[in-house]
Design a protein around this ligand. Sequence first.
Ligand SMILES: Nc1nc(=O)c2c([nH]1)NC[C@@H]1CN(c3ccc(C(=O)N[C@@H](CCC(=O)O)C(=O)O)cc3)C=[N+]21
Length: 288
Amino acid sequence: MPAKIIDGKAIAADLREKIAADVAEFHASTSVTPHLVAILVGDDQASAVYVRNKEADCAKVGIKSTLHRLPAETTQADLLELIQSLNHYPDVHGILCQLPLPAQIDEQTILDSIDPSKDVDAFHPENVGRIAQGRPRFLPCTPHGCQHLLIASGIETKGAHAVVLGRSEIVGKPLAMMLMQRGAGGDATVTICHSRTKGLSEITRQADILIAAIGKTKFVTADMVKPGAAVIDVGINRDESTGKLVGDVDYEALLDVASAITPVPGGVGPMTRAMLLRNTLTAAKLSR
Ligand SMILES: Nc1nc(=O)c2c([nH]1)NC[C@@H]1CN(c3ccc(C(=O)N[C@@H](CCC(=O)O)C(=O)O)cc3)C=[N+]21
């Protein structure tokens, strides 16, 4: 039987409907409109993709959004100054600084400077620490989107062996923590693999749930996947010959092996954006 295709676009649309209702309810009782500020420095392509859709998403659910576009040669001091002013501005609830940043700017310094209660990416060390301890304030958008796709698709994580390919601070590491956590979308047995892992395909073949977040086109081939496994593809790569977005897995080949799989585009990407909306509402609530 061919794999069930997990429709991230539809699941994200459902989520946005719920968020829109929650935003309306929050506004009715407080008169506050949640406000997200995004900062884009330079012209990285992946970030541009993200920003293009994000403003429309905010409008759909009644969230105010502002975009600060800064030139590629912006200094770290100037960026820090902008973030400081946004931190202090009570009308701003969420702050997102698009990664990657130009080479003259130290990303960690910037992420550390965002007020943790406005950190809708959940990249600040205080928020990462809270996730690690199982008492999150915000969940990081992409891992939360992956977890929600599993829950919405009825894929049982409890007791399952989840193998996470990739150890990034943005996806792999926090997602592994979240899948391990007690409760819905958690209770999995988690293995994290990365570029130095020996015998990679022996490990990935044990996965009931395989999450690919390595940023390499078609890295996961059919022989690396156990028949019947659920596959979540976090990759957003640009195919050089066709210019199309492609994931980290050999999607066509895996259709005959996996029980469920996310497409790219239309899988994890829309979920990331929906979770950002939810975090912005959470940030607005925290400000009260
Ligand atoms: N501080 C920060 N936080 C981020 O979350 C962040 C970031 N920086 N920098 C860039 C990456 C990339 N990213 C994407 C999210 C959604 C789609 C997305 O919606 N993709 C659509 C396709 C869009 C299209 O058609 O081009 C999809 O997969 O269906 C893409 C890329 C968030 N990022």
